[in-house]
Design a protein around this ligand. Sequence first.
Ligand code: TRP
Length: 340
Amino acid sequence: MDQTTKPEAKKVMLSGIQPSGDLTLGSYLGAIKNWSERAEEFDCYYFMADLHSITVRQVPADLRRRTIEQLAGYIACGLDPEKNTLFIQSHVPAHAQLGWVLDCYTMFGELSRMTQFKDKSRKNAENINAGLFTYPALMAADILLYQPDYVPVGEDQKQHVEICRDVAERFNGIYGDVFKIPEPYIPKVGARVMSLSTPTNKMSKSDTDPNGCVYMMDAPEVIARKFKKAVTDSDTERCVRYAPEEKPGVSNLMSIYAACTGKDFAAIEAEFDGLGYGAFKPAVGDAVIETLRPIREEAQRLIKDKAYLESVYRAGAEKASYIAEKTLRKVYKKVGFVAR
Ligand code: TRP
């Protein structure tokens, strides 16, 4: 590998997040919270996957706002733009360019088997567009451009990292070692936060029940109300005890409380022994309010500082482009395009 791209020889990590919904408590506790510490060990790239977002129809003004708010949200959560490369996918044309090349090395049959495609086609039956179908080829391009060692993703995205590996191996099989084969990286730490209203489902920014999901930018009163309404379980013991199978509602609240306070389950059970759900739910709400308060305030401050955010995404795009274009040039040469 070309050492000039990685002067510190740190392992490279890359992940993309679609700005198709506002960041949630689940995104924070489950993922972003752990990112800030990674910057020391890895060379990290995070981008707003706006190209991917338009596979589902978006309101243009909302997409633009969310892309910027997401960037502000990441920085507010502790992702230091000096130590991580933060950029907007559409600012680096190499993504779309390599995406096209990889479309030609990704098979119809492979794409047809992707569970996300099947799911999204069911949900958007009126708009099953070609981009939705070839989404994994673009995602493979996102990844392979940066030759990362690891791609941190949730369980639901593992299949996409696998198809990326398959496509990369196919390409390397024809043209020699062009792409590094990345590994999915499913972090061990990080709470899996479930919906407050349907605790058997993951907390999702597209939850149809507005009480199920806590957004990172929710005002304290809104958070308090959502936790007061949180579904607990219809068991008879009415006590705070961790039992995800029997008591998914209470157990979810316990995980959230544990993640926000650093207390373990035994300590939480002891704290609320004999107090019942009536005392527990507002306590979880308060812990979440205090956890999110500094993040929300910092994000609000950053959103007003347009010039700063602009400087961050410009610098990010410049750094990302430098690496991405190098890989793209190599690919173009390998497949037989004439150099300009
Ligand atoms: N598909 C990912 C998601 O929906 C987003 C994404 C796009 C991504 N490109 C990526 C994730 C590259 C990791 C690497 O969550």
